[in-house]
Design a binder for this molecule. Structure first.
Ligand code: SAM
Length: 284
């Protein structure tokens, strides 16, 4: 008998992967956590049935949410990661010796425990001595933090359930206050092809650009995310992701990446017309 995992992208579109084995199934106070071993993408982590990471393509998302800001401000020392329970974002951050400390705030300890058990190549730096792990709600954690972080990465689930509050104006204002003068915020910003995703993009981007002087959207191709075309947000108080990219300085660090490079960095911010139309005019 064949076993398949299916994610419903819309009521009219489904994405399926053939499964060797359903390795783990658990339920935390926040969400259902499952690990499946798939033929094409290796092990897959889902939360409430939605794709979070696969062994085969996780490097794309984690490269883009980390190395884009790190190549703009090589002086980043203190970082806050909200969400990121699989550990991939922290793994990429630990490649920088210049980073002194990372606070990682993941609401669901079960996600970290499952990732340590089944995804050692992704969670390998969660126990790094430069990382402090807090099993708390990022919405509460960020409150009353002032001028504490040079980079905040919101590596959250979609704006439903525990992740919903990470897409509000109040949360983004708290992030602004918590960032230093050269502070940068990056966040996963959903997609555009499906109207629901485009509406979430417009909602979050419009709030961020009301708060941050610089707010740009950039793109990456993630095969196992809805439509395979994914967007990220880059917001900052002063630094521009293209004008302030110091590609020579970044290349001298000799950071090993599987997806990111500084040419791709520039291209990621040159968006197709239909995407610009949605972002600039809010037309879906
Ligand atoms: N890369 C994935 C994506 O784009 O969907 C996200 C990966 S990571 C698994 C998302 C994490 O955000 C989950 O582990 C979830 O528990 C966490 N999360 C959701 N809401 C949160 C909140 N309010 N505070 C802290 N962590 C939260």
């Amino acid at each position: 008998m064949e076993l398949w995992y299916t994610e419903e992208h819309t009521e009219n579109v489904k994405f399926s992967m053939k499964v060797k084995e359903h390795i783990y199934s658990g339920k935390s106070d926040y969400q259902k956590v499952d690990v499946l071993d798939t033929y094409e993408f290796g092990k897959l982590l889902t939360l409430d049935g939605l794709v979070m990471v696969t062994e085969k393509d996780e490097f794309i998302y984690h490269d883009m949410i980390v190395h884009v800001p790190m190549a703009v401000n090589p002086a980043i020392k203190n970082v806050l990661v909200i969400g990121g329970g699989d550990g991939g974002t922290v793994r990429e951050l630990m490649k920088y010796k210049s980073i002194e400390h990372v606070d990682m705030v993941e609401i669901d300890k079960m996600v970290c425990d499952v990732s340590k058990e089944y995804f050692p190549t992704i969670s390998c730096e969660l126990d790094n001595e430069r990382v402090s792990l807090y099993y708390e709600d990022g919405i509460k954690f960020i409150k009353n933090k002032v001028n504490k972080y040079d980079l905040i990465i919101v590596d959250s689930t979609d704006p439903i359930g525990p992740g919903e509050g990470l897409f509000t104006k109040e949360f983004y204002s708290d992030c602004y206050q918590a960032l230093s003068d050269n502070g940068i915020l990056t966040n996963q910003s959903e997609g555009v092809i499906y109207n629901d995703l485009a509406k979430e993009l417009i909602r979050s981007h419009s709030k961020i650009k009301d708060i941050f002087p610089i707010s740009k959207i950039y793109q990456g191709s993630i095969p196992t995310y809805p439509t395979g075309y994914w967007l990220f947000g880059f917001a900052s108080k002063k630094l521009d992701p293209l004008k302030d990219l110091d590609h020579k300085a970044w290349e001298q660090l000799s950071i090993q990446t599987k997806y990111y490079n500084t040419d791709l960095h520039k291209g990621a911010f040159y968006l197709p017309n239909h995407v610009k139309e949605i972002i600039e005019n809010g037309n879906v």
